[in-house]
Structures are given as C-alpha cells and as structure tokens.
Design a protein around this ligand. Structure first.
Ligand code: GLY
Length: 570
C-alpha cells in the first residue's frame, strides 16, 4: 500500500471516530455569533475567529487583563484557526501597559543550527522549486510557545484557566466554517503529500461548513504544556515528536534547536506622527521601518488635501512604497546578524530627499531585478485587545503560508511553519510574496528571517487610541499604513478604514495591486500615468480597535469583513 493510501485509510477511520463522538455538544458558530462591529466602554478583543474572541473576552470577565486574554486567544486560534493560529510558528507582540510602558516581544522562528545559505539551491545554484515552502525543510524553529510564556509574566490568571478553552476545543472539537471547509478541501493533496501519518485535517469525503474538527493529539500537546510549562513543548515528548517528524522528510530541526529557543524582548520602534505617537515592530520585522518611512515620506506632502484614494494621493503613496520596499530588499535583515542603518533609513533628511524626486502625473520605474508574483493567502493572523485597566496589545503571529508547511507533527497534532521562505534564498529571487532580498536577509544558523508583520499601537497623550494589525505577508505594512492614515488624515469611520478596498505596491513586481471593488476612475488615471494596475483578491484582514476618550471611554472594535473575523467586548 502506498503512503497516500495509508494516510487516506487511516483518515477514514479517524473521521469515523470523530463523527461518532458528535454527541458532546461541540461549539457551533452561528452567523449571529460573528460581531463585525461593537461599541463598548470597558474592553474589546478582535481576532480572526469568533471562538477565539469569545474566549479572550471570557478571560477578561474572569478577572484577567489584556495579557491573559492574549494568551488564551493565541492558544484557541492554534486550535480553531489552524491556517495561521499556531504552536508551530512565531510572531510579534507590541503592548502598551496601564503604567504607560511600551513593550515589544519577538517570538519569531529561527533558522535551525544545520541551516546554511544555499540550502534551497541545486548544484547549479538555482532555487529548487517548493523546497523553502513545502514540507519539513521549510520549517524554522517555532517561537510561539516561548512567546506565550514570556507574556505570562504580565498576566494574572493561572495557566490552567488560560489554557482550558483551547484544550476543550481540541478535545471535544468545534464546527468549522465554510471558508475553513473550502481551505481544507483545497489543501488535501498538500496534506497528503507532506504527511506520512494520518492528520486531523484530512478526511475521506469533502469537508463542509459545520463539520466537526477534533484534534486529540493537539489536545495532548496542550496538556503537556499545561503540566510541564515550556518544557512541555521545547523538551520531552513534544520535542521528540518534532524531531521524529523531521526525520520523515529530511527536516533539520534538532532537540538542541528546540531547547535553545527563547523569545526575546526588544525595544519597540517609536515615532511621532501628526500629534500622535506610534509604537510598532522593529527588526526582524521590516513592518515598523516601512510604516515609518511611508508615514514620513507622505507627510512631506498634504495627503488629505489630495483626497482619499485620489490618483494624486495614490501616486504619492505608490512612489513612497517603491522607495521603502527597495530599501527593504537591500538593507533589512535580522539585526542580531547584520548591521542595518535604521536611523538613516528613517531620518527626515534621507526620506525627504528620497521622495522629492518623483514626478507627479508620471509613473516611476523600479529597476529590472526579476519581478515576483504576488501570492494571495490569509497566512498570518492578528489579534487586537484592550482591557478595562488601559493595557493594549497588538499581536501578529504566523505559520507563513496558509497552514504553513502543511506538515503536521505526528503524535503532537500541530502544523509547522514554512517561515524559512521569508529568508532571501538567493539574492533577487522572490519569495512567496514576491519580495526579494540579498545578503542582509541570507540564511544562517540561528538567524531570524525578515518579516513584514506590523502590530501597531497609536498613542495620544500616552493613552492608546488605535490598536491595529493584519495578516497579508508583504502587504501588511501598506495595509496598516492605509488604516492609520484613513483614521488620522482622512478622519474616516473605523469600519470604512478597515473595510474599504485597499491597494498595494512593493517595488517589485513593478505593479500596483488593487482589491476588488476599487474605484475605476483611480485605476484608469493611474494607468494613464504609466502604472500597471492589477486587480487581485482581498489583501489582509485588519483587526482594529479605536478608543475615544472625549466623553468617557468609547471603544469601537472592528473585525475585518474579509473573513470570519469577530469582535467581542463589554
Ligand atoms: N511570514 C510573513 C511575515 O512574517 O511577514
């Protein structure tokens, strides 16, 4: 019997077991459970999945703070939103505490010790298709669990309570949404290709909305973490299962790699923007640097007088993006490994000179480095939370692609990331998102791959007024930029700032991407200026909280219309 047949047969048996225990009243998501907009006065949680938002709210109502809620939400997302929620990936946190401190936590994956610069190239130095994106060799050493344990320091509820909802959803199951059913059906061949053992995500017949997904192996992993803490993941049986899984597919993550992983506190990137103070993600994410460059370059002109998404305003933004993404490709990488001239790249002098040379009405031109293809997926996920005490948290986490490497750790039940593709596998070769890089983002053991994730908090008078972030790979910084400027420069309502069609440009490919329903007039005028404008699918799924202190405290939380995202609060 070949590998695929064994997996299919085992999956039929698992499906049978799964559906025989359906009597246990698993959670069902009704459309009425999905709140896209709430206005509350105490606290709010916005995530990619209604069960995660609900669990976060429960922790706040049990006496927890935003950190408690953030921990529970991440763990629940690892169960109910396995396309991006994770134990096997990584992410970043930006927080503003009730005492007025700004925090930054980096739990990005790292390259395993055995990784090396040309590991995805053949003997003629050509990239081997798919090697950095699919299967075991694409995985970086996961950081999420270490990140969660660093956050525990600021939380107050016991781990047993924080982990209970995730364990329950993994053990008893939850009913998948229509979008998840579509994803799982589409990715079935990938799961079969990348897994020898049966996985909970594959069943014989097609998935449909409302089907029950039970993940008993994942429940056991969560219980090991509950019992042993960090060691329940980075050592002992879970670590051994990861290494055993690696051996099935030429993966290189070792027990030592896992034991040595530690999430890192960093100094957030902070700067002023039009009487507000922005707190965002520094390297190893490019997100904060790009956001700062875009806000500063566009602030030299008067965007609001040009009009929201007018051709003039779009051209200014596109040309700023061209320059910011060219810098990303040339200079940015893990600051623990390469020296990055962040100060210069974000200085007024540099940015003013840089933006001054664009010609209004005439399209600029990126150099002729090989252009990439923009990849459309909901690979990453963002969480925005504010509590009643004034703690605000923005966390973006990722497996990279949707369902990461599609490799599920056998006996441990979680999906591993394919974050190695965020390195520049060869200078000028585009990654999944079409972005290129060079030496600064080359692979090296223990190095972190450059990210675009941009969890961001905007403060006014040292109080949080905006908590924002989104998935979307290389489109993340431009998406966060558009949301922030829609609110601050164009005084737009929070739901319009999130839901109106967005656009994106990233130097290479030299093409402007617009979402469906984008204004035809702007598209035509940009085309007349010489830009190549292409429509693509939705970009990102923004989770936004806006806080207005003018008449008491009014919190508006918006979950992006582009997915099953939901807001909860009180
Ligand atoms: N994997 C997407 C990012 O980190 O930007």
């Amino acid at each position: 019997m070949n590998k695929i047949k064994i997996v299919l047969l085992s999956s039929i048996i698992i499906s049978f077991i799964v559906f025989s225990v359906n009597a246990q009243t698993p959670s069902t998501i009704l459309n009425s459970d999905i709140s896209k907009k709430i206005t509350v006065h105490h606290a709010a949680v916005v995530t990619a999945h209604p069960l995660a938002s609900k669990a976060g709210l429960e922790m706040l109502q049990k006496g927890g703070n935003a950190f408690d809620a953030a921990i529970t939400v991440q763990l629940v997302l690892a169960v109910v939103y396995p396309n991006a929620g994770n134990l096997g990936g990584g992410g970043f946190m930006i927080a503003h505490t009730k005492d007025g401190n700004n925090l930054c936590l980096d739990f990005r994956e790292v390259a395993p010790e055995k990784a090396f610069k040309d590991m995805y190239l053949d003997s003629a130095s050509n990239p081997i298709p798919g090697l950095s994106q699919d299967g075991h060799l694409a995985c970086g050493v996961p950081g999420t669990v270490s990140g969660i344990f660093k956050m525990l320091k600021y939380a107050r509820l016991p781990l047993e309570i924080l982990m209970a909802p995730a364990i329950e959803y993994a053990e008893k199951g939850f009913k998948i949404t229509a979008a998840q059913a579509d994803d799982l059906n589409e990715l079935k061949p990938d799961f079969l290709k990348n897994n020898i053992s049966p996985v909970a995500f594959v069943k014989y017949e097609s998935w449909k909305a409302g089907d029950l997904l039970i993940q008993p192996e994942l429940a056991n992993t969560l219980k090991r973490i509950r019992k042993k803490g960090l060691k329940g993941f980075y050592e002992g049986p879970t670590a051994q299962y990861i290494v055993d899984e690696m051996k099935k597919g030429k993966g290189i993550i070792s027990l030592e790699d896992l034991k040595n992983y530690e999430a890192k506190s960093r100094i957030p990137m902070e700067f002023d923007y039009k009487n507000n103070h922005i707190v965002t993600m520094p390297l190893p994410s490019s997100g904060g640097i790009i956001l700062k460059q875009l806000l500063k370059m566009t602030a030299f002109k008067n965007m609001s007088s040009m009009g929201f998404q007018s051709p003039e305003c779009m051209q200014l933004i596109i040309e700023a993006e061209r320059r910011a993404y060219a810098d990303r490709a040339n200079f940015l990488g893990d600051p623990d490994f390469v020296k990055v001239p962040v100060k210069t790249l974000t200085s007024d002098n540099y940015l003013q000179t840089r933006i001054n040379d664009y010609r209004p009405g005439v399209a600029g031109n990126s150099n002729d480095t090989k252009a990439g293809v923009i990849h459309e997926s909901e690979e990453t996920t963002h969480i925005s939370i504010i509590d009643d005490e004034g703690n605000a948290i923005a966390i973006t986490t990722t497996l990279n692609d949707s369902y990461g490497s599609k490799t599920v750790v056998s006996k441990a039940g979680f999906i591993l990331n394919n974050e190695m593709d965020d390195f520049s596998i060869k200078p000028g070769v585009p990654n999944l998102y079409g972005v290129t890089g060079n030496e600064a983002n080359a692979i090296a053991p223990r190095k972190k791959m450059l990210s675009s994730m941009t969890p961001t908090i905007v403060l006014n008078s040292n109080k949080p007024i905006i908590v924002v972030g989104t998935p979307g790979g290389s489109t993340i910084p431009t998406n966060v930029f558009q949301t922030i400027t829609s609110l601050i420069d164009f005084k737009m309502s929070p739901e319009n700032a999130v839901n109106l069609p967005k656009f994106h440009f990233q130097w290479l490919p030299d093409e402007v991407f617009i979402e469906p329903e984008f204004s035809n007039t702007s598209k035509e005028k940009l085309t007349a200026m010489g830009y190549v404008v292409k429509e693509r699918g939705y970009m990102g799924r923004t989770e936004l909280i806006q806080i207005d202190y003018q008449n008491g405290k009014k919190i508006t939380a918006i979950a992006d219309k582009r997915g099953d995202d939901a807001a909860a609060g009180y």
